[in-house]
Design a binder for this molecule. Structure first.
Ligand code: GGG
Length: 341
C-alpha cells in the first residue's frame, strides 16, 4: 500500500471544523483507494502562538520537512508568520488558485473556468518593511527575473496542459511600477517565445479587476505577482460562489502545501456552519500533486473521486449556509465522503 506522510495544520477559527470534515473525506479515500495517509498533526497559528509563544515552531518546520506534503487549515492573525514564512522557507513559488463553477453553487455565469497563478515568494509579501520613524514606514517590493521567469513558465505549462483557450494573461502595473512590473512583463514576454502555441495577453491590474467581472468567461490562465494574485483570487472566487469553495496549492520543485484560500473567519468558528469545500478541494489538489510527483495513478484517481463526490453533493443540493443552504459543516463532510466511489 502506498503511504504518504502528511503534515496537518488544523489552523485557527473555523480551521479545526474544516479539517474534521476533510478528514472524513480522506478516511473514505484511504479505504477505497488503498492509499495510506499518515496524518501528523502539527501546531502553527494564533493558538500555537498563545500556547507556545511562537506561531511556527521549529518542531513543526522539522516535521513538515520530513513529510511528503502539508495540508493546512486557515490561520488567523499570524498568517504572515505561518503561511508566508512557509512559502519562503520551502520555496513554494507557485500559488495555484482554480476558479471553477460547480452545480447549484451561485455563480455569475456557468462558463467560468480559470486558474490564477500567483508568484508566491517575493513582491511586497516578502515582508521587507522598516519603520523610518514614528510617522513613516517603508516596504520594499522585490521582483526578480528568476522568480518572474519560473512563475511565467509554470503558467504557460498550465495553459498548455489545460488546452482551453491556449492563453496566458499576465497581470501587472508596468505603466506605473516601471522597474519592478516592467521586469515582470518583459520576462513574461521572453518566456512566451518558448510557447508559440500559447497566446500572451497583458492587463494592468486595475483593468484586470474590472474585466474579471465584465467578461470572466474569457479568462484561461492568469499569471501575476504576489499581492495582486492574492487580491484578484479573492475577487474571482466570488464569481463562482465565494471563498468557501476556493482551494489553493503552494507548489515548489520538491514540496507542496495545500490550503483553503480564505482566512480563519473567527466569527463563524465553533458554529459548525462554515463551508469545508475549500479544504476538501485543497486535499484533492494534494492527491493530484502527489500522483504526479510519484507517478501514482491511485492518487490521481483518488483526487478525481474527491472532486466528483463534491460535484455530486452539490448536485443533490447539499449546500452550506454561504451558498444559500442550511447544511452543517460536518454533515457536508459526511455527504461528500458518502459519495466517494
Ligand atoms: N481574504 C482571504 C484571507 O484572509 N486569506 C488568508 C491570507 O491572508 N493568506 C495570506 C496569503 O494568502 O498570502
Amino acid at each position: 500500500m502506498t503511504t504518504y506522510k502528511i503534515a496537518l495544520i488544523s489552523g485557527d477559527g473555523i480551521g479545526p471544523e474544516l479539517t474534521k470534515a476533510t478528514l472524513q473525506v480522506l478516511d473514505t479515500i484511504q479505504e477505497r483507494y488503498n492509499i495510506n495517509l499518515d496524518m501528523i498533526n502539527v501546531d502553527a497559528g494564533d493558538a500555537c502562538l498563545e500556547k507556545k509563544g511562537v506561531a511556527l515552531p521549529e518542531e513543526t518546520i522539522n516535521i513538515i520537512k520530513d513529510s511528503d506534503a502539508c495540508l493546512k487549515g486557515p490561520v488567523g492573525e499570524t498568517a504572515a508568520d505561518v503561511i508566508v514564512r512557509l512559502r519562503i522557507l520551502f520555496d513554494l513559488y507557485a500559488n495555484i488558485r482554480p476558479i471553477k463553477v460547480y452545480p447549484n453553487v451561485p455563480c455569475f455565469r456557468q462558463d467560468i473556468d480559470m486558474i490564477i497563478v500567483r508568484e508566491n515568494t517575493e513582491g511586497v509579501y516578502r515582508g521587507i518593511e522598516f519603520d523610518v520613524n514614528a510617522e513613516t514606514a517603508i516596504c520594499l517590493r522585490i521582483i526578480t527575473k528568476k522568480a518572474s521567469e519560473r512563475i511565467a513558465r509554470y503558467a504557460f505549462k498550465v495553459a498548455e496542459n489545460r488546452r482551453k483557450f491556449m492563453r496566458v494573461t499576465a497581470v501587472h502595473k508596468a505603466n506605473v511600477m516601471k522597474k519592478t512590473d516592467g521586469l515582470f512583463s518583459k520576462t513574461c514576454k521572453a518566456v512566451a517565445k518558448d510557447y508559440p502555441e500559447i497566446h500572451l495577453d497583458e492587463l494592468y491590474v486595475d483593468n484586470a479587476a474590472m474585466q474579471l467581472i465584465k467578461r470572466p468567461q474569457e479568462f484561461d490562465v492568469l499569471v501575476t505577482t504576489n499581492m495582486f494574485g492574492d487580491i484578484l483570487s479573492d475577487e474571482a472566487s466570488i464569481l463562482v460562489g465565494g471563498l468557501g469553495v476556493a482551494p489553493g496549492a503552494n507548489i515548489g520543485n520538491d514540496f507542496a502545501l495545500f490550503e483553503p484560500v480564505h482566512g480563519s473567519a473567527p466569527k463563524y468558528a465553533g458554529k459548525n456552519i462554515a463551508n469545508p469545500t475549500s479544504m476538501i478541494l485543497a486535499s484533492k489538489l494534494m492527491l493530484d500533486w502527489l500522483g504526479d510527483k510519484y507517478s501514482d495513478l491511485k492518487s490521481k484517481k483518488a483526487a478525481m473521486a474527491i472532486e466528483k463526490a463534491v460535484i455530486e453533493t452539490f448536485k443533490a443540493n447539499v449546500l452550506t449556509q454561504d451558498l444559500g443552504g442550511n447544511v452543517k459543516t460536518d454533515v457536508f463532510g459526511k455527504a461528500v465522503a458518502d459519495r466517494i466511489l
